[in-house]
Design a protein around this ligand. Structure first.
Ligand code: ZN
Length: 129
């Protein structure tokens, strides 16, 4: 049996507005860092990356956008439970909370052409704050 799947579903009513800030999640950290180790700068598959606490949790660091970065396994082992300064490893960029919303972070070439009219309408009709 074949079932046709719609490319667009019009939402006419909703309970609340979607979340406006960027959720702090593993996926979004990988997206923010471009799947690139923030110490050696090389790009890896997600299976070859882990998350590193720049200031280790055991040293008073916390789990947030400003203290968690993508890190390859080699750099993670090398850094261990040290700060970047102690390990003499430099971050390629300071980690910070992204300003984009993950829902809108696909890049325009990944939208199906049928979505274009709806996205344009949403862009022009969204209430500005
Ligand atoms: Zn690395």
């Amino acid at each position: 049996m074949a079932i046709r799947v719609p490319r667009v579903i019009a939402l006419k009513d909703f309970d609340r507005l979607p979340r406006q800030d960027v959720k702090f999640s593993r996926h979004n950290v990988y997206v923010r860092d471009g799947s690139r180790c923030q110490y050696c700068g090389h790009k890896f598959s997600s299976a070859e990356l882990s998350l590193d606490h720049v200031i280790p949790l055991s040293r008073g660091g916390s789990s947030n956008w400003e203290n968690v970065v993508c890190c390859c396994l080699g750099c993670n082992v090398k850094k261990g439970n040290r700060t970047p300064q102690e390990a003499q490893m430099k971050l390629i960029q300071p980690p910070k909370k992204p300003r984009w919303h993950p829902v809108g972070h696909f890049g325009s070439n990944k939208f199906h052409p049928a979505w274009r009219n709806f996205l344009d309408l949403a862009y022009w009709n969204t209430e500005l704050r």
